[in-house]
Each structure stands twice: as structure tokens, then as C-alpha cells.
Design a protein around this ligand. Structure first.
Ligand code: CP
Length: 315
């Protein structure tokens, strides 16, 4: 596998967002992830690929899936791993982001995985430090590895993204997953629609090449895949809808809506799920759901990204 991959590399030395990737980059990540998926399903799950690489995971915002998935991916690749959580660090004593990262880098770190509430924080680091930077979610901006694992999971089930219809439901306004998904899916030839209350859909989002709908029933009929997003109450400082109960009633995905469909549909959710708000348990746990496949594929996708960036040479 190493011989095959050595013939190709990404066009970028950081993963800051899907915006900076070409379609060929995405195809290379998928191809590499497919090989890693075979490896992590073997009895011996580790490869020595990143044996001499040290990676710092810097999480300035809460995370379950992304943090664990990156750490597992790094360990499967035999990298040395440092975990940093802002809540228990000297950030609480007033240390700046750049000072924090420079101190960590002086301990000879090669790659930085960063989640930060400020949009652009990974881009700032990429301009100021020499390590490879991977964006693990920056505020409401981008979450590129989530979009890659989502698109990879759809392709695994449907064979291709070309011409497929993907509807993204919910809080589009505050969602880094929505933006990264739209950019990734459009690059791979999918048709994309966003659906939610008008207050949670950004003005001019159609400029990204997506359709806009406020009709959940019609959008479920339209799509091959429904990607349901969480209502991000922690980022909502004003009221965007009257109550969670009303949101669930008018914009939630529930079993009766799926039962009306006379066609197959895939249900996705990036997690964490607000059960009973944007999606009911009988949908999240139904035979249509590929939510846990998304989580499984996240490890292989992150292994691929880490591996390809570590082997990147300046062109
Ligand atoms: N999907 C996702 O980013 O989940 P976490 O916030 O738990 O990492």
C-alpha cells in the first residue's frame, strides 16, 4: 500500500477545509481510506506508517466522536500522540493560542489537529507555525473530516455521489458540517438541497449551488440521502423558533414521514443527536440509518488524511 500511495500526494500540506481540496484530493483520500478500512478490520489493526511522527490533538471545544476518532486513527498508524484539552490547560490562566501551540511545538510535534470555537483558528496557525494543521472543526466555519467521512459513507452505500440527491436538514446557519458537506458533495457531482426553518438557513446559500426548501415532507420525497443536523442551541443567542416542541413537530424527522415514502432512503446524522428534537429514536435506530457506519468510517478517513499529509512534499 505504501508503494501505491507514494505515487500520489495531496495538493495541500494542511487540511483547513474542503474549500482547499480538489476533487482529485478527495478521491485520493477515499482510495487511501478504503485501504485503511481493510487494515483496521484485520485481527492486527496497526500499521507502522507514522512511527516517527508526533501528533498533538488540541481541543478548545467539546468533542466525543472527532477527538476519539483522531486519537484512534493516530494510534492505529503508530504515531506518538499528545492530547490537550483547553479546559484543563494554562489557556485558563490567559495563555494565547499561538503561545500554547509554540510551546507544544518546541517539544518537536509534527502535526496539529485542532478544534476551536473561533472560525479561522486553524488557518491562523497554518500561517504562523511549521507543522501540518488539520481542522477538526472551527466554530461555524468548516469540519472537513466530517464531510469526507459523510461522503465516503454515502459512496460506500450508493456506489457513487454523481447525480445523487442529498438533503441536509436542520440548523444550517450554525453548522460547520453543513458548509463542509455542501462543498464536498458538490465537488463530487451530487445534487444538494438544504431544508429547515427560514431563520436557520443563511441568506444567499444558493450561491453555493444548493436548492433551498422549507418543506420537510417534500424534501424527503426528493432525496436519496437525508443528513439530519443538530439544533446548536449553544450557538443560538437569539430565538430562531418558538420552542423545541414546535421545531420537532414541523422540522423533525420522525417515523411516520419515512413510512409515507415508497422508496429507499439513507438517514445520516453527524452526532451528537438530540433524540426527539431533530430526529426521533425510531428513525435514528431504523434500518435506514447509517449513523454508526459514519462513525466507523471516520477512523479510516482520518487515518488517510494523517497519512497523506505526513507524506506530503512541497511540489
Ligand atoms: N460529529 C462531531 O463532530 O461530533 P463531536 O462534536 O462529538 O466530535
Amino acid at each position: 500500500m505504501d508503494k501505491l500511495m507514494a505515487q500520489q500526494q495531496l495538493s495541500t500540506r494542511h487540511l483547513l477545509g474542503i474549500k482547499n481540496l480538489t476533487r482529485e484530493d478527495i478521491e485520493l483520500i477515499f482510495h487511501t481510506a478504503q485501504s485503511f478500512k481493510h487494515i483496521i478490520n484485520r485481527p492486527v489493526k496497526k500499521t507502522p506508517s507514522l512511527r516517527d511522527i508526533t501528533i498533538a490533538n488540541l481541543f478548545f471545544e467539546h468533542s466525543t466522536r472527532t477527538r476519539i476518532s483522531f486519537e484512534l486513527a493516530e494510534k492505529r498508524l503508530s504515531a506518538d500522540v499528545i492530547n490537550f484539552s483547553a479546559a484543563s490547560s494554562s489557556v485558563k490562566k490567559g495563555e494565547t493560542l499561538l503561545d500554547t501551540v509554540n510551546n507544544i511545538l518546541s517539544m518537536k510535534v509534527d502535526m496539529v489537529v485542532i478544534r476551536h470555537p473561533a472560525p479561522g483558528a486553524p488557518h491562523f496557525l497554518a500561517r504562523h507555525i511549521n507543522a501540518h494543521i488539520i481542522n477538526a472543526g472551527d466554530g461555524t466555519h468548516e469540519h472537513p473530516t466530517q464531510a469526507l467521512l459523510d461522503a465516503f459513507s454515502i459512496r460506500e452505500k450508493l456506489g457513487t455521489l454523481q447525480g445523487k440527491r442529498i438533503a441536509i436538514f436542520g440548523d444550517i446557519l450554525h453548522s460547520r458540517v453543513a458548509l463542509s458537506n455542501i462543498l464536498c458533495l458538490r465537488k463530487l457531482g451530487a445534487q444538494v438541497r438544504v431544508c429547515g426553518p427560514p431563520t436557520l438557513i443563511p441568506k444567499h446559500i444558493d450561491a453555493l449551488g444548493v436548492e433551498v426548501s422549507y418543506d420537510v415532507r417534500a424534501s424527503l420525497r426528493w432525496c436519496d440521502v437525508a443528513n439530519v443536523l443538530r439544533i446548536q442551541l449553544e450557538r443560538q443567542h437569539i430565538k430562531y423558533f418558538p420552542s423545541l416542541r414546535e421545531y420537532s413537530q414541523y422540522f423533525g424527522i420522525h417515523k411516520a414521514l419515512l413510512d409515507e415514502l415508497d422508496k429507499p432512503i439513507l438517514i445520516m446524522h453527524p452526532g451528537p443527536i438530540n433524540r426527539g428534537v431533530e430526529i426521533t429514536s425510531d428513525v435514528a435506530d431504523s434500518e435506514h440509518s447509517i449513523i454508526l457506519d459514519q462513525v466507523e468510517n471516520g477512523v479510516a478517513i482520518r487515518m488517510a488524511v494523517l497519512y497523506l499529509l505526513a507524506s506530503h512534499r512541497r511540489l
